[in-house]
Write a protein that binds this ligand. Structure first.
Ligand code: BGC
Length: 517
């Protein structure tokens, strides 16, 4: 057989294998796999000063420096979910999801930031939302902190002040006490990387420029705060309610550009992932060892009298270690890593390439969505799930966010469907490999306030008309896709045929043709 023929036969065999896998139901979700959608308080609630709500760091930032957001907007009204929560629940019902992940606004529940006073309206709002979801058989998954810190606590030093560990635990106790009878999945702090490396790198509120010191102080405090909230639940609330607690880590999957960059990739993962995972998920606990050494040496060279990354005591290591019931993963994209070339400055959106001398780049073969930080590489997710499993010995993983940004209103959002489907396929392959991915949460239920991108970037399964006073929500094609998915619970061709039938559109059909073998 000629080489060309061999290639043809291999391709044919590959196609048959894939088709058999699809038809034989290998691409069906296992029983118990949950499908959900997510939002976050500042991004959807609005009602920034309604009733006795306190000011958050996002309110302060965008009221004092409106030009920081791409369109000069803010979350004052956002999707107005504070008033339109019934419609939000209705949309979750339309989608047929098993779970809805939302966050509690700390300053809405505790206007002063402290547990001295609990807002009745805040309580009522979250009780309504939780009860409304439960009435429809949808599990509320609650994030305690999705970045809207009470401004007063920021004035006292925010996440750089170690006292925040107690402030956060007090807040967590209030939330567990009020809602713990109905919430079975708690997420403490959304993406600590963004809280520290974003907040002190003028990328997110409080928009400070203090990477060399404050960001590292923040690192330890977020880990301690999570651990305290976890341990409190474990001791005081788990015996009553049997819920589970973790925190969503954002994790760009980092691959070495060439085999020679393998070590650089290890250090890169330590810098932007393990700094927020090793203390909790590793057997040894504490900071990732190689990174801790590098940062210590860099700090010494620069004359700092103390380690900038504050060391944990042995007692603290033991306190933080093991404070999880599953791994919560927010995954969007992949990057290649290599050592910097002589004379080249490492750079990336987040601080730190210069500390570890790496460059973070895109593979030119990957397509990018609206922003170039967003490279689409679905296989990265499967690799990452394996990596989490083998590095930390964790099998139970919940995908707490995944989704595609677009600029256009585009109700026929075929790219989003393709993205979600291709990432789900990698999840199913990982499940078939033996990893217990417990569920998938699409970001986002609807378009919302996308931080400093304002309303220019859209992630919603539902379009939101931000010019209409009632913030009209309209399902995109991806919402129909998702609601079909929650019914069929499979990625077999049914979904593709379904799409072909509903969309009847050339753009869609072209994409679908690519998706098929
Ligand atoms: C955050 C969301 C954000 C999304 C898209 C995630 O990292 O948790 O709040 O909207 O990314 O940028």
């Amino acid at each position: 057989m000629s080489f060309g023929n061999k290639m043809y036969v291999s391709a044919l065999v590959f196609c048959i294998v894939i088709s058999v896998a699809r038809c034989s139901g290998n691409l069906g979700f296992p029983p118990g796999f949950k499908l959900g959608v997510a939002t976050a308080s500042y991004q959807v609630e609005g009602a920034w000063n309604v009733s006795d709500k306190g000011e958050s760091i996002w309110d302060r930032l965008l009221h004092t420096q409106p030009s920081l957001s791409a369109d000069g907007s803010n979350g004052d009204v956002a999707c107005d979910s504070y008033h339109l929560w019934r419609r939000d629940i209705e949309m979750a019902v339309e989608l047929g999801v098993d779970m809805y992940r939302f966050s509690i606004s700390w300053p809405r529940l505790l206007p002063s930031g402290f547990a001295n006073y609990v807002s009745e309206d805040g309580k009522r709002y979250y009780n309504n939302l939780i009860d409304g979801l439960l009435e429809k058989g949808i599990e509320p998954v609650v994030t305690l902190y999705h970045w809207d810190l009470p401004q007063y606590l920021q004035d006292l030093g925010g996440w750089a002040n170690p006292l925040i560990v107690d402030w956060f635990a007090d807040y967590a106790r209030v939330a567990y006490t009020l809602f713990g009878d109905r919430i079975k999945t708690w997420l403490t702090l959304n993406e600590p990387l963004i809280i520290c490396d974003g907040g002190y790198n003028k990328l997110w509120a409080p928009y400070l420029d203090d990477l060399k010191v404050a960001a590292f102080l923040c690192n330890k405090n977020v880990m301690m705060a999570h651990a305290k909230a976890y341990r409190m639940y474990d001791e005081e609330f788990r015996p009553l309610y049997q819920g589970k607690v973790s925190f969503p880590n954002i994790f760009f999957w980092f691959e070495p550009e060439t085999p020679a960059d393998a070590e650089a990739a290890v250090l890169t993962r330590q810098m932007w992932h393990d700094r927020y995972a090793h203390p909790v998920f590793s057997q040894a606990g504490g900071w990732p060892p190689e990174l801790e050494k590098v940062l210590l040496a860099n700090g010494k060279r620069e004359g700092y009298p103390y380690p900038r990354l504050p060391p944990f005591t042995q007692e603290e290591i033991n306190y933080v270690k093991g404070t999880y019931d599953f791994y919560a993963l927010n995954h969007y994209t992949t990057r290649l890593v290599r050592r910097v070339k002589p004379g080249e400055a490492g750079s990336w959106i987040f601080y730190g390439s210069e500390e570890i001398n790496v460059a973070i780049v895109n593979d030119p073969s990957w397509t990018t969505a609206v922003t170039d930080w967003f490279a689409i590489n679905p296989t990265g997710l499967r690799k990452q799930l394996h990596w989490i499993n083998s590095t930390y010995g964790i099998s139970d993983i919940l995908i707490t966010e995944n989704g595609l940004p677009t600029f256009e209103k585009d109700l026929l959002d075929v790219n989003r469907i393709t993205y979600i489907r291709s990432y789900l396929e990698q999840i199913l392959l990982a499940i078939n490999d033996g990893i217990n991915v417990m569920g998938y949460t699409a970001w986002s239920l609807m378009d919302n306030f996308e931080w400093l991108a304002g309303y220019t970037v859209k992630y919603g399964l539902y379009d939101v008309d931000f010019t209409s006073p009632n913030r009209t929500r309209t399902p995109r094609e991806s919402a129909r896709y998702f609601s079909n998915l929650t019914k069929t619970r499979t990625l077999t061709d049914d979904n593709i045929y379904y799409l072909r039938n509903v969309t009847k559109n050339t753009k869609a059909l072209k994409t679908l043709a690519i998706m098929e073998c």
